[in-house]
Design a binder for this molecule. Structure first.
Ligand SMILES: [Zn+2]
Length: 238
């Protein structure tokens, strides 16, 4: 095998390595993971908003409970006084009775308010449960996608290792002085430095060389480097 043929074999592996690395960087599952992460952030924001509403409702509820407790205490004290026999004046007794009745009415109103708050809380609790369930599904999806990503990455890593191993084996028979130009051409020409000349067509750029050029190339020694006059790549000729 001429060293141009060896270099073409290396090129084949390098191209495959480039493709695998590109595939690794642009796996669609990464995009899907980013989408799910966005959805999780949105659901978390909704849960935080719902929690804020529930917190407001709970504080209102507690405020009313405290009010009921303190009013009940007042009513109990008044009733104790009423039934203690310590108040003999009928007008004072009447005033005490009116006071107790008024406090009891107020307690009843507040208890209605409490019921109203409980009714308001119920759908918000349901909304929260739905959001938490949605969050759970998104977490499971993230896990599934991460597993898929890890599996695909491992497959590609193993293909890459194999390509690189074969590439290094092929590179061993390429003379050292060819590497500088090969690397420079690869950097300039989208990763492809060397291509086969089939008939008069360069397989690097798929353009035909002039008859004069093809004729000139045929007369050169096989060791002589030849470049495509269209794209500048090294040419491997039969
Ligand atoms: Zn070309």
């Amino acid at each position: 095998m001429s060293h141009w043929e060896s270099l073409l074999v290396v090129q084949g592996h390098d191209t495959r390595v480039d493709q695998l690395e590109h595939r690794l960087e642009t796996l669609p599952v990464r995009g899907r993971l980013a989408e799910v992460a966005e959805q999780i952030a949105a659901v978390d924001a909704q849960i935080a908003a719902v929690d804020a509403r529930l917190g407001d409702l709970r504080r209102s509820q507690q405020r009313l409970e405290h009010e009921v407790a303190s009013l009940s205490e007042r009513a109990n004290q008044a009733e104790k006084q009423l039934y203690s026999g310590s108040v003999g004046n009928p007008r004072e007794l009447q005033a005490l009775q009116d006071d107790v009745a008024s406090i009891r009415r107020r307690i009843s109103q507040i208890e209605d308010d409490e019921l109203e708050i409980m009714e308001l809380t119920e759908p918000v609790d349901v909304e929260r449960a739905d959001l938490v369930a949605a969050r759970g599904r998104l977490d499971a999806e993230t896990q599934r996608l991460n597993d898929e990503l890890a599996e695909t990455e491992a497959e590609i890593a193993s293909e890459l290792a194999e390509e690189r191993r074969e590439r290094d084996a092929a590179a061993a028979s390429v003379p050292d002085e060819l590497w500088a130009e090969y690397d420079a051409l690869r950097a300039q020409l989208g990763g492809v430095a060397i291509a086969r000349l089939v008939g008069s067509t360069c397989q690097g750029c798929h353009l035909a060389l002039s008859a004069v050029e093809v004729d000139r190339i045929r007369k050169l020694s096989p060791d002589e480097p030849v470049h495509c006059e269209e794209c500048g790549r090294l040419l491997v000729r039969d």
